[in-house]
Design a protein around this ligand. Structure first.
Ligand code: RNT
Ligand code: ZN
Length: 415
């Protein structure tokens, strides 16, 4: 696209009172936390076996990263194709045991993540973190909500160790680490006791957060879910559970877009949460039928969430991606999702928010509807093009050629 196309778009937006330069500058400053686990189908480095916990990655696309070195290489390559500076989201199961000295999850320490901190420093990015309460012999249906105190204690220790690791990330990298708690606990069929498991989950969390982590370095988020594969009837950590737990304990709610009723959108929940807490966190994901983790598209759900983020100041949000698809090139899946999230944010940044709000408050609903609809065909692509080219990247699908070249060169070594 030529500069003239951008200049024309700039003029068209200016007529609405939208400054495209401001939109570009704002977009550059919104970090998105890219999840490491799309790179290897949530496998991690413990050789723990199958992925469990009601989540599933299917597909055998070649080239899955098998080692820390391969995953870091793939992540670094992906970041190169994503405009702007972002963050990396790790899971506890990505601990690196040098010299083969493997420890169990209740004993992992900051030192097991040192190579990740070095990687982050080299990439000049911040790190976020997630305890891993699944894919483990002691994660049989219930973890923090287990009837067995030994199992609960094991996972409580894991949670505390993860807070220490998150502190280490925040301190080393000079940017607070978002530490997100999600447990898969639940039942396939209707339980007879709904209260017991929830009481135990609450009690376990109380024990984890007795550890007084340094809030300067760590921001704790808690993630709810409605159902998962094999956990269709009852999830201990429901939305209501976490909304109340977060409010009472001064933690943040994390909304995963795939964790609600299939037609329920999270965009409408954001303002209600934000009125009662400092920030709202997301796992940007896409539910399809019973799966909650398809690669995100630039769809209405993502666009609506981005609008709420922009309208309520992006600084008040923690945006992380969460999906995993093993049936397509995993690097392309990461890059595409990140770019889609950025496009959604740009679309929202290019809306005349004050005008739209004014129309609502003046009850000019017809004008509001017309403007909302006409905006959909405004030349956002020209602004996206300008943003990408200022970041030295293509705005179109030509980045896929680089991915395919990389695939040819690197994936052949991974058989
Ligand atoms: C699962 C949750 C959770 C996981 C990751 C791997 O339904 O969304 O966030 O996807 O922690
Ligand atoms: Zn999630």
């Amino acid at each position: 696209m030529s500069k003239a196309v951008y200049e024309a778009a700039k003029k068209q937006y200016a007529k609405l009172g939208v400054d495209t330069e401001k939109a570009i500058a704002a977009l550059k400053k919104i970090p998105i936390s890219m999840h490491c686990w799309q790179g290897d189908d949530v496998t991690g480095f413990e050789n723990a076996g199958a992925l469990t916990g009601g989540i599933q990655s299917t597909g055998n696309y070649p080239g899955k990263a098998r080692t820390p070195a391969e995953l870091m290489q793939d992540l670094a390559f992906s970041f190169k194709l994503i405009p702007g500076l972002h963050r990396l989201n790790l899971h506890a199961c990505y601990a690196i045991f040098e010299d083969g000295k493997k420890v169990d999850r209740d004993k992992i320490e900051p030192k097991h993540f040192k190579p990740w901190v070095e990687f982050a420093k080299k990439m000049k990015i911040g790190l976020d973190f997630n305890p891993t309460f699944f894919s483990h012999p002691l994660a049989d249906q219930l973890t923090l909500a287990s009837e067995d105190p030994k199992v609960r204690n094991f996972w409580i220790k894991h949670g505390i160790q993860c807070l220490k690791i998150a502190e280490y990330f925040g301190k080393e990298l000079g940017t607070p680490c978002g530490c997100n708690f999600w447990v898969p606990d639940g039942y396939k069929d209707d339980p007879s006791d709904r209260m017991g498991p929830r009481k135990r989950l609450k009690d376990s969390y109380d024990k984890i957060f007795k550890y007084k982590y340094n809030k300067k370095y760590v921001t704790v988020t808690v993630e709810s879910k409605l159902y998962g594969i094999g956990v269709e009837s009852y999830t201990v950590g429901s939305h209501e559970f976490y909304m109340n737990y977060a409010a009472k304990n001064n933690l943040l709610c994390l909304l995963d877009m795939g964790h609600f009723h299939p037609t329920e959108l999270i965009a409408d929940k954001i303002s209600s949460l934000l009125l009662f807490s400092d920030k709202v966190a997301f796992h940007v994901s896409r539910g399809v039928r019973w799966d909650s983790d398809h690669v995100i598209r630039l769809d209405d759900a993502v666009k609506a969430a981005a609008e709420e983020i922009v309208r309520n100041d992006p600084k008040n949000f923690i945006i992380a991606l969460d999906y995993f698809d093993g049936s397509i090139n995993r690097i392309a899946a990461m890059v595409l999702g990140m770019r889609n999230m950025q496009k959604a944010l740009l679309l929202a940044l290019l809306q005349p928010q004050a005008t739209l709000k004014g129309l609502q408050d003046a009850r000019q609903y017809t004008e509001q509807l017309v403007l909302q609809e006409e905006l959909k065909t405004y030349p956002m692509a020209a602004v996206w093009d300008e943003f990408c080219s200022r970041c030295g990247l293509p705005a179109d699908e030509s980045w896929m050629k680089d991915v395919l070249d990389y695939e040819k060169k690197e994936f052949a070594k991974r058989v």
